[in-house]
Design a protein around this ligand. Structure first.
Ligand SMILES: [Zn+2]
Length: 298
């Protein structure tokens, strides 16, 4: 019997090791787009109540005021995608300035911290704009507060449950978006109030999870006091690019470009590609600015 137990134990160990390797090897390492774990309403129900905890300086429209100003026009949309009326993609300038924006998506496959990238930016004083998702902030609150405290970085809103922003449940990359104007309000406002409660400052720019919107959802973002911003340079394609691909994408920047990259995938080519491209862009006469330092345009 003893040897049977030993064999059973060995077999169980082998099964566990095989299963673990499978998970490590086959989990997508490069999702910009974490899963929708639950409907937004279920998700929000698990969150703490932020009312009354807003930062002193933050000016955030009241949730009920926004809900009261919603009308029938907000319930159905005609556009859907990354290029949608009202979403800004560039700075309106001929000056040789580039805004590097890094998303921190959070969630099961988006929860890393690219410290190599952050060290590079801080060591060389490269300003950057960080789009932070509620879940990432929740899991890295100390690191979030350090970054928010560093004048090199500005903190912006990357949503609460990282959902495509739809007033009618449209889907992007297999992820079901917010299903109503009310869910759009929560996806934007819960993280907005969370960031303000931690930093005392409300973000002024919003990027949805997956960067998809409809034009009515964009109007609701504006009602919440934010501007929806995507990009004109796809810097790392959801952190799937190799370092060489990131480098050549960045070198396509032009005056006023907004580059979309990620700071939550340390095993990606993003940090190395940024390190290769930034010195070349500086040599070419570019400087780096924060989002909103110049007027934004579609
Ligand atoms: Zn994201």
């Amino acid at each position: 019997m003893k040897s049977v137990h030993k064999w059973l134990l060995l077999l169980a160990t082998a099964v566990i090791i095989t299963a673990a390797s499978f998970v490590i090897i086959f989990l997508p390492p490069d999702e910009d787009v974490p899963f929708r774990e639950a409907s937004l309403r279920e998700y929000s129900a698990t969150l703490p109540d932020f009312s009354g905890s807003r930062g002193e300086e933050a000016d955030i429209p009241d949730r009920s005021a926004i809900l009261n100003s919603l009308s029938d026009q907000h319930t159905s949309a005609s556009e859907w995608g990354e290029r949608v009326s009202g979403v800004k993609n560039r700075h309106d300038t001929e000056e040789k300035v580039i805004a590097l924006t890094f998303d921190a998506c959070g969630g099961p496959t988006g929860n890393g911290v690219d410290e190599e990238l952050l060290s590079f930016l801080t060591d060389y004083g490269i300003p950057a704009t960080l789009f932070m998702n509620y879940r990432w902030i929740e899991d890295h609150e100390d690191r979030f507060l350090e970054l928010a405290d560093n004048p090199l970085f500005t903190i912006e809103n990357h949503g609460t449950a990282h959902l495509p922003l739809s007033v009618e449940g449209r889907t992007a990359w297999g992820i079901e978006g917010t299903a109503s104007p009310e869910e759009v309000v929560d996806e934007v406002l819960i993280n907005q109030e969370h960031i303000a409660s931690l930093t005392g400052k409300a973000p002024s720019h919003f990027r949805s999870g997956t960067a998809y919107y409809d034009e009515q959802a964009v109007k609701i973002v504006e009602m919440a006091g934010l501007t929806a911003v995507n990009y004109d340079v796809l810097g790392d394609a959801g952190a799937t690019y190799s370092a060489a691909q990131v480098e050549s994408a960045l070198l396509e920047s032009r005056p006023g470009s907004i580059v979309l990259l990620h700071m939550n995938q340390p095993s990606s080519g993003t940090a190395e590609g940024v390190k290769q491209a930034v010195p070349q862009l500086l040599d070419a006469g570019y400087t780096f600015v924060h989002l909103g330092d110049y007027p934004l345009t579609e």
